[in-house]
Design a protein around this ligand. Structure first.
Ligand code: SF4
Length: 541
């Protein structure tokens, strides 16, 4: 059996490939990015046997995977947790259409917000959609579960949500591949030609079918190999450990054996029989889960009048932040090992834009042009340029979610703060800025939109841009040509750029400025790759 050393993300991709997936679609976002990146390096992708691609946003990625499933093949979509908000419409509706070929939705949650704007827990989305949720506890399970999710999806004819969190997504371990690598499904259209037509008449029927399936969905979880009882003789405490929390638990025991009975959860809905056994046989219950108190809330119920349930809600575990072995040790009253102290030579410093970053020149020009106006009118977005909120730039006044800069700037202008400015990156503009710009054009709002075009998706590792001609899109949605200004954000062009910013800010209508210069990191990487290629060519000749 072949063994590989894989990140949790990579294990999911390999599991999907070995399960005969036909298409993998994604939008980059930490901690999910490596799923698609691993898949695209696979032999299957390089030989064109599977489709692996970045999409404009998570919604388009979800819909494309749904299309693959409609055609009877296995489709997967991956995203970070907040991306599931963007994909929520097709995600929830895909539970109503159901799946034809297996449909796997991977959402990577980021408790502690290492690279995110909230800690939301995707398990609530799975519950909302009323579909099975799987949650791996280690890299091997990530691989096995990805494989199993497709089979489960095809047995139940519903999409399956695979939820992973940052630590598992970004840590490596040995994964044993299955001997049997599955062939792709043949093309097969849905038996029921109305299955994917969600007009009210058929949607009501489909919803009823989803409700009728709930018992079977629960039975699958009840008998799942990913839900286990691990016995322990000390029944003063019973523990529920979900996903990676089980690893954190056993890390606290040198022999890897917990003295208390444990219900290990990897497949939801929660297995009622195991939970009942634990509840009846133990004095107190401790719930260990990474993310929101999802299980704990369900166990407590609304009135919380049963046995003592410990977890995040009673403060045994802090309510916010990711779980770790030290927090688990504290909850169990065990000695806390804080890890190795950080050596003195490592100085912590706040994040900042790279030296030579094109955004620096753009912010310097914007700040100077804005000196004639009062503060608080620059609305921004998600990307490297969000760092413009910090010193020394202090150039932007909001960072909320993908695409919010343009629409919030319209709201600010509608409220009377004129002109207002939106600052958005090229990738974020394609992701969810275009529709906001259409709103601006339709209402002729006095907003200057600055689209920082660094020709890559820099923050998530430099994935290629979706387009090199943003100005064509801008013109296509109706911005007047004379108010679309492309500038080169270099220090030597500062005076000229300030002048252009001032002119467009003074214009009482929609204007767009596109500072275009490649991200220094991407440009350097490309240069190095070109040099290495030349060197390799010289050595072989
Ligand atoms: S990665 Fe690129 S875009 Fe991001 S801060 Fe660095 S140079 Fe700027």
């Amino acid at each position: 059996m072949e063994q590989l050393v894989l990140l949790g993300d990579e294990a999911i991709a390999q599991g999907a490939i070995d399960a005969g997936v036909t298409g993998i679609y994604a939008y980059p976002g930490t901690p999910s990015t490596e799923i698609k990146e691993y898949a695209e390096r696979s032999r299957e992708a390089r030989e064109g046997k599977i489709n692996v691609c970045w999409c404009a946003n998570e919604k388009t990625a979800m819909e494309t995977a749904l299309g693959v499933s409609y055609a009877g093949k296995r489709g997967m979509v991956s995203m970070k947790h907040v991306g599931l908000n963007v994909a929520a419409d097709p995600f929830i509706n895909s539970a109503i259409t159901g799946a034809n070929g297996g449909l796997l939705v991977v959402s990577a949650d980021d408790p502690s917000m290492h690279s995110s704007q909230n800690e939301q827990d995707s398990r609530y989305y799975g519950k909302l959609a009323m579909i099975p949720i799987l949650e791996p506890g280690n890299q091997q399970e990530a691989y096995d579960m990805a494989h199993e999710c497709f089979a489960l999806s095809e047995r139940l004819h519903v999409p399956v949500l695979l939820r992973i969190t940052t630590r598992l997504a970004h840590s490596r371990a040995v994964v044993r591949r299955r001997k049997e690598i599955l062939e792709q499904n043949p093309l097969t259209l849905p038996e029921n030609p109305m299955q994917f037509i969600l007009l009210p008449l058929s949607a009501r029927k489909r919803y009823r079918e989803l409700l009728d399936k709930q018992e079977r969905i629960a039975r699958e979880a009840e008998g799942s190999p990913f839900n286990n009882w691990i016995d322990g003789s000390d029944r003063s405490l019973g523990i529920v450990a979900a996903g990676i929390a089980y690893n954190y638990l056993i890390e606290n025991y040198q022999d890897g054996k917990c003295p208390h009975p444990v219900v290990k959860i990897g497949h939801y809905p929660m297995p009622v029989r195991l939970m009942e056994d634990l509840y009846q046989s133990c004095d107190t219950i401790l719930v260990l889960e990474d993310g929101y108190p999802f299980i704990e809330e369900l166990l407590r119920g609304y009135l919380n009048r049963g046995k003592r349930i410990m977890g995040r809600l009673d403060g045994t575990i802090p309510r916010d932040g990711e779980l770790n072995p030290a927090k688990v040790a504290k909850a169990l009253g065990l000695p806390v090992h804080d890890g190795i102290p950080v050596p003195g030579l490592i100085v912590s410093r706040p994040p900042s834009l790279c030296k030579g970053c094109p955004h620096i020149s753009s912010y310097n020009a914007l700040n100077e042009a804005m000196t004639s106006y009062s503060k608080g009118r620059v609305l921004s977005d998600i990307g490297c340029y969000s760092l413009g909120a910090l010193s020394p730039y202090r150039a932007i006044d909001s960072v909320v979610e993908m695409g919010s800069s343009i629409t919030m700037a319209k709201g600010v202008a509608d409220a009377g703060l004129i002109p207002s400015v939106a600052v958005i990156g090229d990738s974020t503009f394609i992701h969810s800025g275009i529709t906001g710009l259409i709103d601006l054009v339709n209402s002729s709002s006095p907003v200057t939109v600055v689209i920082l075009d660094n020709q890559t998706t820099a923050m998530t590792g430099g994935q290629p841009s979706m387009t090199s001609r943003i100005e064509n899109i801008v013109e296509g949605v109706g911005v007047e040509k004379e108010h679309i200004r492309v500038v080169n954000p270099l220090p030597k062009n500062h005076e000229e750029n300030v002048k252009i910013f001032r002119e467009e800010l003074a214009y009482h209508g929609v204007s767009v400025i596109i500072p275009r210069r490649e991200c220094i990191q991407t440009a350097t990487r490309k240069l190095k790759q070109a040099r290495n290629k030349t060197k390799a060519g010289e050595e072989t000749s």
